[in-house]
Write a protein that binds this ligand. Sequence first.
Ligand code: NDP
Length: 453
Amino acid sequence: MTSFDYDLFVIGAGSGGLAASKRAAAFGAKVAIAEGDLVGGTCVIRGCVPKKLMVYASHFSHFPHESAGYGWTIPAGTFDWTKLRESIQTEVMRLNKLHISFLEKTNVELISGFAKFVDAHTVAVGDRQFTAERILIAVGGEAAKPDLPGMEYAITSKEMFLLPKFPQRFAVIGGGYIGTEFAGIMHGLGAKATQIIRDRYILRGFDEDVRTNVQEGMVNHGINFHTCIDSSSLTITKNSDDSLTINFKDGSGSPQSLEVDAVLAATGRQPNLAPLNLAQAGIEIVNNAIAVKEDSCTNQPHIYAIGDCTNRVNLTPVAIAEGRAFADTVYGHTPRFISHTNIPSAVFSQPEAATVGLSEEQAKALYGDRVKVYKTKFRPMFYSLAGGEARTMMKLIVVGEEERVLGLHMVGKDAAEIIQGMSLVVTMGGCKKDLDNTMAMHPTAAEEFVTMR
Ligand code: NDP
């Protein structure tokens, strides 16, 4: 019988790789994990966690005017970018160390460096080689910039957290999660923020009411939009004072020009496969992602892949769930698969949006006129004294006589917290009557979901 250095070698210590390695080790497997960067991956180091801290930071600018109606006089403060950037990096380093300590506690060996395949059972990290009975690839993804003139001047979300200087004039190219979140953050921190998108509304693929309500809310906050642009016409040039000029044609074909201090390309992400030498192990790639079956197994029966490098649903909790399901199946002898439907997700935009299940458009395409929509839009109580234009939108999509809940959508304060709880109704196959039978909690915004008519 062949003997290997490890039962399992995990490539990539991000959310998915960490979860899988610790779970496999808990079942008694001898596990190593290779990471060429800080331990924690995109979510912890340069994604969800530092981003959410920046969202919190950006909210404080609303305090002076929101508190006035409540009797407070809070003078407009000043914002120190260097302080925020350093505080966030301190927290990131704390989390990095915490994840290293979790690996130590669970007897997972951390190997520093980027791993690449030598053959189907061997990986090299620097000049060391390791063999393993099974290999799990969890290398995540990286930002993808379009191939357009001057794109080298655009930063990606990775650099957003390390900017040496706060850009007073800031533009985002792209209308997805990242672009929409950073437009809100930078506006809240005091920048003149502009979002440049090639559709009429941001967040393509979300329910249309979510798209329009988030965008309307952002416009009301003072964020500028250029919509329906011809994305192939876009160029960026650098000026002598280090500012940047973005040129593009708008929806009517008219040339537009925008001068900014920084431009973020938030134009999607792609699996981070190039350094892996996947061909050495004969691993199949489809559409630039590692092809996997339902159990996350690649075309090689002992090599698995999870998370963004498989381009299924690119969200942290999904990678973690895929990693744990892999370990339970292979080392815990409890076969189980992850369902990739009805996954709740949030956009930490301002206003915030959260969603679970089908959009109205998807539901109608599947079930036609058997679909019924309940919708409400109101001013949250907080703003009755704080003033302003903020509105909350909630939407419930149901089907058939029994009114089974297919989708829930919300735009407004605490949308993510509320939809996380409400998503249970969709995953449990609940009906409108289950919501109706739930007593409201008053006064809350969430009570609208159980009192809709
Ligand atoms: P998305 O795929 O969400 O959005 C990409 C955006 O870029 C779209 O609006 C797209 O436009 C636009 N775009 C693409 N190419 C061009 C171009 N050449 N010119 C102009 N616009 C272009 O990618 P993101 O980078 O925003 O996010 C990547 C992933 O990260 C997400 O899929 C998500 O899984 C994850 N993420 C999740 C978060 C969360 O859960 N809160 C937060 C941040 C990221 P169009 O719509 O017209 O195609």
